[in-house]
Design a protein around this ligand. Sequence first.
Ligand code: PMP
Length: 369
Amino acid sequence: PGTRPYNFSAGPATMPEAVLRRAAAEMLDWHGSGMSVMEMSHRGKEFGVILAQAESDLRALLAVPDHFHVLFMQGGGLGENAIVPLNLSRGLQADFVITGSWSIKSHKEAQRYCDARVVASNAADGHTALPDAASWQLNADASYVHVCTNETINGIEFQQLPDLAALGGKAPLVIDFSSHVASRPVDWRRVGLAFGGAQKNLGPAGLTIVIARDDLLGHALQICPSAFNYKTVADNQSMYNTPPTWGIYMAGLTFQWLREQTEGALTGVEAMEQRNLAKAKLLYDFIDGSSFYLNKVDPNCRSRMNVPFFLADESRNEAFLASARKSGLLQLKGHKSVGGMRASIYNAMPLSGVQALVDCMREFEQSHA
Ligand code: PMP
């Protein structure tokens, strides 16, 4: 442990080394079954154990109430951009809060299936601050309200989920929590449905997690593919079609790892939240204290997971990336739509990795100022 480089990829992203080692140890023969998890029938008793354990660990980890279904699906975040309106919109209206690249994509895709309306947008400030929930123009007839609670590219995060009921809304809140799932607790009283791809905070690409309140199932449009109908998936315990078995196994190992993490008296996501706060503070404080680096996001909604930053002199970008690579810091290049750098510091990134990044940034500044 501690010998691999630190990997700041936005996703697929770094995973806990302990999880990778366990998967390696179990690769050829899972628990004396004589099979790799990849080789097992999804309907066999071995995989049944893996699936049931993964669901119960995820429920415990995120404190998912009993009246929510946990679905293990495929299709990723972009798949859900269609699957959600196919299941929830009834072909009617749906409200979208535009906060950055991913909510823009969600709104666009939903327009194929329903009357998708923008009720608030931060486009005017370049997606650097969240539109105040009190200003959202919620529609009385909306079937749901879509919010991306962590905009992975723009580095903007809701520090509190909007309370739609308090805003006079009746529609359920749908959250895309792809890039901060399990990094902090979820207030399920405010949520109707949450979805996320696993490949940032939970495991390899190919698995999509959907957690949906039970009254939202059973309203799919006729054209909804059966394999993407939440009710069909729920009625078949995520086994209507072959689920992404390897992804479920790896995410399951990650859920177990997360449940074992402690910070003082805290465990699981509460412990992770404290670590994530400390990691984010270390990096943002360093950036704010330097005139060589810059982060443009409103401090009230800076993401704890994805930290985009710029060099004041962008002609040094390539030199910076080369110096980072030499220090064992990988995949720091920013998304092409934003430019600059981005450090994704998900659950599996230890504080020592963020410290190594800050040290490298400081040395680069000192040698180039
Ligand atoms: N939503 C968010 C917030 C994301 O970060 C991503 C992936 N970067 C997506 C949706 C799209 O996910 P996928 O590529 O799995 O479709």
